[in-house]
Design a protein around this ligand. Structure first.
Ligand code: HEC
Length: 100
């Protein structure tokens, strides 16, 4: 009982820390979403494929696309994938720097 009482708060702190992680990251989402897209989405194809879908895919559709790109071989962490989907879904059709 005594031991258990010590473990539970430690667990709660860990869960809170993990939970706070992604939202802390989204504070600097704009810059890193852009950096991730221009840096990691150009390895296999050009940004024109991404540009063509701006204003077409919503956040859920972008999340699904990024998940498929990961199966294609894209290397990103979960938080980075979420940031990419959030950033792309906020861009209007034809928006730079994704579109020329
Ligand atoms: C490892 C290689 C690779 C990387 C890296 C990659 N892609 Fe792709 N992408 C592909 C391939 C292969 C296709 C065509 C087959 C398909 O659609 O899955 C494609 C197609 C697409 C398409 C057109 C199809 C559709 O669903 O509209 C979009 C948009 C796209 N990629 C976005 C991205 C984004 C955004 C990133 C970066 C987060 C990215 N890709 C990184 C391989 C890659």
């Amino acid at each position: 009982m005594h031991r258990f009482a010590c473990i539970v708060p430690a667990c709660a702190v860990l869960v809170l820390a993990l939970w706070a992680g992604p939202s802390a990251e989204s504070a600097r989402g704009a810059a890193s979403g852009q950096a991730l897209v221009t840096g990691r989405c150009t390895g296999c194809h050009g940004l024109e494929r991404v540009c063509a879908m701006l204003g077409v895919k919503d956040r859920g559709a972008w999340a699904a696309t990024v998940a498929r790109m990961r199966r294609n071989g894209l290397q990103v962490r979960d938080a980075e994938a979420a940031e990419v989907a959030a950033w792309l879904s906020g861009l209007a059709r034809g928006a730079g720097p994704v579109c020329p």
